[in-house]
Design a protein around this ligand. Structure first.
Ligand code: GDP
Ligand code: GDP
Length: 455
């Protein structure tokens, strides 16, 4: 996006960010109305988005970035659960289950003015069994008189209840300190990466596209004995699989194998899982059922992978079920509805028959290579110079904005910052992105281009 002003600090931030892997993940769980969304808003320091009074509306966005005392982490907001469909107990239990599997630490929010309910006690049991660090937030303590209510929550056996008013901010500093203590410096998954361990793959796609079938197929006989791999932190929800001569970590596979039997309302749950898997992964293999018409859910999942900045491979599964007619329409769908990922390598596979399974690894490797591409500043500016000379920005209001200089601020995915003498129109920015792709490849990766305007 184009931004006003020209701020060197911000650019330095972009550059510093470049080397970062995935951030530790914090989940916020608790009954409806205890103030989870209010707390998340307070922590991320924004009022937008989270509190949304549209029951039953599936929110796409469930992960937010937060920072405190110079450390960054992700917050997963589990508050959007469709309570009316699932019933309160089921929804809270499902949140907790999700949090347990996908987060590095959990904030459990209780309404101190109400005290611990049976549902709260049930969640505590789940949380305790999981062994993930839990910080107890006694919320709605708006003044000193509420402290006594908060103290009664020691009875939950989760340690100190942090008395907080999410609404007014009271006590949130101490809570955040406790959260930082509970969160690992970096999630376990980055460890393998740091020592050149297995690349992390997320298998995503809407229910029934064939994720578990594909996982079973690729896992085959070759499941790796984990302890043999030095320095690999085993997360029970991940699986190490040997494919194409190297070991890959398929992340968050528990959610794929152990199907969650929630008839309705499962959409939101699936969306949380997708977000969590993307958070941990470097590359997303996005499965699409080629025998069915591309759905809104498919495109939403693709968009999630792009927004998460992951390398992407599109796998058209169930290819064995295609007939001539369907194939004809599929080609058109790909052209029209998949423009957002035209750059992603595509493989046409069948998890049932094993068709073209051998093409999966080369596609993943291509996408990862694009994701890690770095264009030297000199080359980038030579390219930009020629481009701008041949295709100047249209004159607007008597002025012609010029690109002065560009730099690649980061990789994984490639991120560019362009410095310009004026606002660059969206169409021109898209043109530049297109030309960057033509020139430098970037197959299988989203790229981000931001513009800083120097007045
Ligand atoms: P969620 O369903 O757990 O996400 O809860 P919300 O964040 O939507 O909050 C439910 C209600 O509690 C809203 O009316 C909030 O304004 C209110 N609330 C949240 N935190 C506090 C607080 O610290 N003090 C008071 N008095 N009200 C709060
Ligand atoms: P998931 O919900 O994405 O994990 O999907 P599953 O792996 O459970 O598959 C859903 C259904 O599609 C099952 O009945 C599978 O047998 C079937 N299926 C999966 N892959 C293929 C395929 O390549 N071809 C055909 N014909 N059926 C498939």
């Amino acid at each position: 996006a184009a931004e006003e002003g020209f701020d060197l600090d911000e650019v330095a931030g972009d550059l510093a960010e470049a080397g970062h892997g995935p951030l530790p993940v914090l989940a916020v769980v608790g009954r409806p109305n205890v103030g989870k969304s209010t707390l998340v808003n307070r922590i991320i320091g924004r009022r937008e988005a989270v509190v949304e009074d549209r029951p039953g509306v599936t929110r796409d966005r469930v992960t937010y970035e937060a920072h405190w005392n110079g450390r960054r982490f992700k917050i997963v907001d589990t508050g959007g659960w469709e309570q009316d469909v699932l019933g309160i107990d089921a929804s809270v239990a499902a949140q907790a289950e999700f949090a347990i599997e996908a987060a590095d630490a959990v904030v459990f929010v209780v309404d101190a003015t109400v005290g611990a309910t049976d549902t709260d006690e049930a969640v505590v049991k789940l949380l305790r069994r999981a062994g993930k660090p839990v910080v107890l937030c006694a919320n709605k303590v708006d003044g000193p008189s509420g402290e006594a209510d908060a103290a009664t929550l020691w009875s939950l056996g989760l340690g100190e209840p942090y008395a907080v008013s999410s609404l007014h901010g009271r006590g949130t500093g101490d809570l955040l300190d406790a959260i930082l203590e509970a969160l690992p410096e970096a999630p376990a998954q980055t460890f393998g990466d740091a020592i050149g361990g297995p690349r992390r793959v997320a298998l995503i796609g809407r229910p029934n596209v064939g994720k578990s079938s594909l996982l079973n197929k690729v896992a085959g006989e070759e499941r790796v004995v984990v302890n043999e791999l030095a320095g690999t932190t085993r997360d029970p929800v991940d699986e190490l699989i040997r494919l194409g001569g190297r070991t890959w970590k398929f992340v968050d596979t528990a959610g794929i194998r152990r199907r969650v039997h929630l008839a309705e309302g499962a959409d939101y749950y699936a969306s949380l899982r997708t977000a969590a898997a993307l958070e941990k992964a470097e590359v997303a293999v996005i499965l699409i059922d080629s025998s069915e018409t591309l759905s809104v859910q498919d495109t939403r999942i693709i968009q999630m992978a792009i927004d998460a900045g992951r390398a992407c491979v599109i796998a058209y599964n169930k290819w064995d079920r295609l007939d001539e007619e369907r194939r004809y329409y599929l080609e058109r769908e790909i052209e029209q509805d998949l423009v957002q990922v035209q750059w992603a390598p595509r493989v046409n596979v069948s998890a049932s028959t094993g068709r073209h399974m051998e093409k999966l690894v080369p596609a993943i490797e291509t996408a990862l290579a694009g994701w890690e591409t770095r264009v030297p500043t000199g080359r980038l500016n030579a390219f930009l110079g020629e481009l701008v000379a041949a295709h100047p920005h249209p004159i607007r209001g008597g002025k012609q904005p010029r690109i002065l200089f560009g730099t690649q601020a980061g990789t994984k995915p490639p991120r560019f910052v362009l410095f310009a003498s004026g606002f660059l129109e969206a169409g021109y920015r898209r043109f530049i992105e297109r030309r960057l792709r033509e020139e430098f490849g970037f197959e299988g990766t989203p790229i981000q281009v931001s513009v800083r305007v120097r007045e």
